[in-house]
Design a protein around this ligand. Structure first.
Ligand code: ZN
Length: 145
């Protein structure tokens, strides 16, 4: 048997997929109404954000749609210094925030001076004027001053 040869390469595969009923409603509300929606688990009653069709804790379907925020409190954060796909140019600060009325944390870009961030800092969304039905329709969350 001869030695196998290996050639380096890369493949780019463009694709599209359906977001699903819950994510579609969530994203359309961001795009068209500047509203942030969650869904309430029919079992544990937690409000899940972004909205989901089922609760990952209980594996039960969600029921009611709940508008949350738009303000919330910073839970945790980190500053990224490397360029990553789908993120603004570095440095970018990413944070987990708990929107008012939600029981889960949302990961998003955090604006402002990262040296001034602190746990519990109140934040508000900064909406893009041109929205496309993406979580990035919110440019980032900014400290409320
Ligand atoms: Zn649940």
């Amino acid at each position: 048997m001869s030695e196998p040869l290996v050639f380096p390469g890369s493949i780019t595969i463009p694709f599209s997929y359906a977001a699903g009923a819950a994510a579609s409603r969530f994203l359309v509300a961001l795009r068209d109404e500047r509203r942030i929606l969650g869904t309430r688990c029919s079992s544990c009653k937690k409000v899940l954000v972004p909205a989901r069709s089922f609760c990952a804790g209980c594996w039960e379907d969600t029921g009611d749609w709940i508008e949350v925020g738009p303000e919330g409190a910073l839970v945790s954060w980190t500053t990224v210094h490397l360029p990553l796909p789908h993120l603004p140019p570095p440095p970018v600060t990413l944070g987990l925030l708990r929107l008012d009325g939600a029981d889960t944390d949302l990961l998003h870009a955090i604006g402002g001076d990262p040296r001034r961030l602190e746990r519990g800092l109140r934040l508000r969304p900064v909406w893009r004027e041109a929205r496309s039905g993406s979580l990035l329709d919110i440019a980032h969350f900014a400290p409320i001053t």
